[in-house]
Design a binder for this molecule. Structure first.
Ligand code: G6Q
Length: 543
């Protein structure tokens, strides 16, 4: 099949370059680390431990050019309807636009509504914290329970956990997402109704998990405090005022957002209310400001200095040319332990697509890689074996703050030493000769050396990015999340897919709606014989 000029350029580069080892690149260029490190607002991005040289990078920038990346970035910021299958603009960037400049969608400046809701959020957050908005029995509201799922849960959950150190005194935060009744029960067992604020977070206000959980919480509250208490204990975050009203939440207790905010891009909108309640409005604003700083960087920095663009292009290089279809994100920070789960949705729901923008099925290249991860050093003791010695390399994003929020003895220095050591080990590896020499020096006999030398060697040449922030502040976190958002978009542009729809989640929902009445004892429907047998088995097991 004919390939474009830029793709051919990269195929040629792959042929020329792929057998080269990073260690040689470092040995031949003492300036490599400096050359391939970008510093931006106390964020250091060292991408030197990746498998590329200047010519590869040039070829990747050619690819970006061929896909009109610069114009496509502008399209997003300017509110063009780049979510083509849903015919929507994509303007999470407008939610953190403090420039004073308008942003238009269909001739309307969306900043007017955005500013209004932000002010509404500020007023409400301050009222809860000061106690001027109280529970029905007059007690201050100190338990915040966010009821939402997917984009209406993962962002606020990750951010509130990441910013635990900034939580307002006396406030506690809980998240109910799963339809599994356990999720609800576990939270309701912990909170006192009189002091609890339920936030029903649902863009559509039709999501079965969220509405079922919200109804259960509502019934629980009404049983304890009466129907009239709902107005003091329930607020809604949604685009759907009618459904909010039907549910029984007064729309003056509703915080609005809009179709141009995608679920997984919504933590910057009213969906971030739980964040603002947890850390205070000023810190929420700092989070937005960090994201805005990254937006400006993404929009204006030359691609050679552009963190999300370089991050994305290196990902493309591995995915499309090395055929590595997975990557790992390892934050070395306990507070960031939910970041990989959040990024899983951001990346995999955005770029796990197989239809192009021109409506053609993708048959000759792979799109979004699978993402996994967890907090270091914990995961060093679980899946790092595969990272070091598995048959295929896994590119890694390492993330760490230089300063801990809980400096305790040598803990943070040990953490820092570990992250640096892991990146170095992945890159350098350990040759069979080195292992032999080491074993010999330990006095091992030749038979033992022969038995162990392959097992104890590391082929190395395994790529990683290193992100270091000065400290995990709301601003730094905002920058990093926005960085990943823009990386994902950049890759979507190169793969020519719509990174902002999610049709792939629909089929399972439809089938669940068909199966539910069957499990309730209704008439059996036709399925494949496995599903039919399983329905039968489960029904009999439940008696
Ligand atoms: C994200 C998706 C999805 C969505 C949830 C919840 O981009 O659209 O994860 O956020 O399905 O949807 P609601 O907010 O409408 O309940």
């Amino acid at each position: 099949m004919a390939v474009s000029k830029a793709v051919q350029g990269l195929l040629d580069e792959y042929k020329r370059f792929s057998s080269k080892s990073m260690i040689d690149l470092f040995n031949n260029d003492s300036n490599r680390a400096k050359k391939y490190t970008i510093e931006f607002n106390d964020l250091v991005f060292d991408y030197s431990k990746n498998r590329f040289d200047e010519k590869v990078l040039d070829a990747l920038f050619e690819l970006a050019k061929e896909h009109n990346l610069k114009e496509r970035i502008e399209d997003m910021f300017e509110g063009k309807k780049i979510n083509v299958t849903e015919n929507r603009a994509v303007l999470h960037t407008a939610l953190r636009n403090f420039s004073g400049k308008p942003v238009f969608v269909d001739g309307k400046d969306v900043m007017v509504d955005i500013t209004r809701v932000l002010e509404q959020m500020e007023t409400f957050v301050k009222a809860v914290h000061s106690g001027s908005f109280r529970g029905a029995t007059g007690k201050k509201l100190k338990n915040i329970v966010n009821i939402g799922i997917g984009g209406s849960d993962l962002g606020p959950y990750m951010v509130t956990s990441a910013l635990k150190k900034y939580w307002i005194d006396g406030i506690d935060c809980f998240f109910i997402s799963n339809i599994d009744g356990t999720a609800c029960a576990e939270v309701l067992n912990k909170v006192d109704a009189e002091e609890t604020l339920f936030i029903v977070a649902s863009k559509t206000f039709t999501t079965i998990e969220t509405l079922t959980n919200a109804r259960t919480c509502r019934e629980w509250l009404v049983k304890k405090l009466g129907e009239d208490a709902v107005k003091n204990h329930f607020v809604a975050l949604s685009t759907n005022a009618k459904a909010v009203q039907e549910f029984g939440i007064d729309t003056k207790n509703m915080f609005e957002f809009w179709d141009f905010v995608g679920g997984r891009y919504s933590l910057w909108s009213a969906i971030g209310l739980s964040i603002a309640l947890a850390v205070g409005f000023d810190n929420f604003k700092e989070l937005l400001k960090g994201a805005e700083a990254m937006d400006n960087h993404f929009r204006n920095a030359d691609f050679r200095e552009n963190i999300p663009v370089i991050q994305a292009l290196l990902g493309i290089w591995y995915n499309d040319y090395y055929n590595i279809h997975r990557y790992a994100v390892i934050p070395y920070d306990q507070y960031l332990k939910h970041l990989p789960a959040y990024l899983q949705q951001l990346d995999m729901e955005s770029n796990g697509k197989s239809v192009r923008l021109d409506n053609k099925k993708i048959t000759d290249y792979a799109t979004g890689p699978a993402l996994f991860g967890g907090a270091g050093t914990d995961v060093q003791h679980s899946f790092f074996q595969l990272l070091h010695q598995g048959t295929e390399p896994v590119p890694v994003d390492f993330i760490i703050p230089a300063n801990s929020q809980n400096e305790t003895g040598k803990h943070h220095l040990i953490l820092l030493a570990n992250i640096l050591a892991q990146a170095e080990a992945l890159m350098k590896g350990k040759t069979v000769e080195e292992v032999e020499a080491e074993l010999r020096a330990q006095g091992k006999d030749e038979a033992t050396i022969e038995k162990l030398k392959l097992n104890k060697s590391f082929e190395g040449n395994r790529p990683s990015n290193m992100f270091i922030i000065k400290k995990l502040t709301p601003f730094a976190l905002g920058m990093m999340i926005a960085m990943y958002e823009h990386k994902v978009y950049t890759q979507g542009v190169i793969w020519e897919i719509d990174s902002f729809d999610q049709w792939g989640v629909e089929l399972g929902k439809q089938l669940a709606l068909k199966i539910l009445p069957e499990l309730e004892g209704g008439q059996r429907q036709t399925h494949d014989c496995s599903t039919e047998a399983l329905i039968e088995k489960i029904s009999s097991m439940r008696g």
